[in-house]
Ligand binder design. Structure first.
Ligand SMILES: Nc1ncnc2c1ncn2[C@@H]1O[C@H](COP(=O)(O)OP(=O)(O)OP(=O)(O)O)[C@@H](O)[C@H]1O
Length: 339
């Protein structure tokens, strides 16, 4: 738990440097995350976007120290919820520090609410227990706090909801109950791993609206994982684009949408349907398949699918980081807008 202020400005909440995660499997090592660096400032929403298997979830599991037993990780993870940064890298899953942070200074929400909610306890009991565990106080105060949280996530009749079990709620309501549980102790950081992916578009829009409102009111930061660029546009301030275990581009949401630098970001944006686009406009698809994680290509991991590949360069050497404008970084050989 060394405290180190080096390169840790006061506005920073979370900082990852060179995170690498490898899983040992019978078929060989899976290098799921390779040298990921990103940061989140206080009160900011970072959207992490990329196709399935790009390492988005493994990265946040490393932050929470909830990696599978066959994983090893290296790199530095620092988190400063209250002043000086704490070093989370190297912490065992059950360390006192991690147990005191998860559910307290770090809240988590997932695609499937039943990952977070227990089927055998009422919603009110689950929220009140979390409040008692981290904050103490009386049982009745904890129950009042639970009712207040259920109202905050706009569940109808919060007093009555306290005694409901998760299976008695609709999908959208369960998602709201999970959000209430994650917010029980006013986290500085909410980790949201595809929380709206399984919902219909109307419910998804309502949940995104709710999260954005809560984020503003409570001043918390969010790492929001999604494979959907439309969702990123709705919720994020900054974006990290991941491909095969690496961050290939980061920037503000405007930079990423209006001036993307990486051919992969451009291809992902080209695959979003746009309202009002000319009828003959055809959606772009990215050629080829994501390579399997046992055989990550040499050089730039995207070179096997890139329209702009330069043989002898992109398939040989890892690309440098290029910064087209302050705050935007692109990991590509075709720097200076050549892509
Ligand atoms: N316990 C494990 N053992 C072996 N490989 C794993 C394990 N957990 C994850 N992986 C591999 O790590 C890679 C990254 O997975 P991850 O779940 O982070 O991707 P993702 O970008 O979040 O995609 P998705 O949207 O599908 O969740 C994948 O190739 C996955 O198969």
């Amino acid at each position: 738990m060394a405290n180190d202020m080096t390169n840790f400005p006061p506005e920073r909440l979370l900082d990852l440097r060179d995170l690498a995660v490898t899983f040992a499997t019978a078929e060989g090592p899976v290098r799921a995350v390779q040298g990921v660096s990103y940061h989140v400032n206080r009160g900011e929403v970072l959207g992490v976007v990329g196709e399935s298997g790009s390492g988005k979830s493994v990265t946040v599991r490393a932050i929470m120290r909830l990696l599978a037993r066959n994983a090893t990780d290296t790199g530095t993870i620092r988190f400063a919820p209250d002043g000086e940064p704490l070093t989370l890298s190297g912490q065992p899953r059950d360390s006192k520090l991690m147990r005191s942070l998860r559910g307290n200074r770090i809240g988590m929400i997932f695609q499937e609410p039943m990952t977070a909610l227990s089927p055998v306890h009422s919603i009110g009991t689950q929220i009140a227990r979390t409040v008692l565990l981290h904050r103490g106080g009386s049982k009745s105060a904890a129950r009042d706090r639970a009712a207040e949280l259920l109202a905050r996530v706009q569940l109808p009749n919060p007093g009555e909801m306290l005694d409901r079990y998760p299976h008695q709620l609709s999908g959208g309501m369960r998602q709201r109950a999970m959000i209430a549980l994650a917010l029980a102790c006013d986290p500085a950081l909410l980790i949201a791993d595809e929380p709206t992916t399984a919902l219909d578009v109307t419910t998804e829009a309502q949940i995104l609206d709710l999260l954005r409102g809560l984020q503003k009111d409570l001043g918390m930061a969010i790492v929001f994982i999604t494979h959907n660029f439309g969702v990123v546009a709705d919720i994020a301030d900054r974006v990290a684009v991941m491909y095969l275990g690496q961050v290939v581009e980061t920037g503000s949401v405007d930079d990423i949408f209006y001036a993307p630098g990486h051919p992969y970001t451009k291809a992902l944006l080209g695959s979003i349907p746009r309202l009002g686009a000319a009828k003959r406009h055809r959606l772009q698809t990215i050629q080829g398949m994501v390579p399997d994680p046992y055989h990550i290509p040499k050089g730039c991991p995207f070179h096997t699918r890139c329209d702009h590949v330069r043989p002898g360069l992109c398939d040989v050497t890892a690309p440098p980081v290029f910064s087209p404008r302050p705050g935007q970084e692109v990991r590509c050989h075709l720097t200076g807008g050549a892509a």
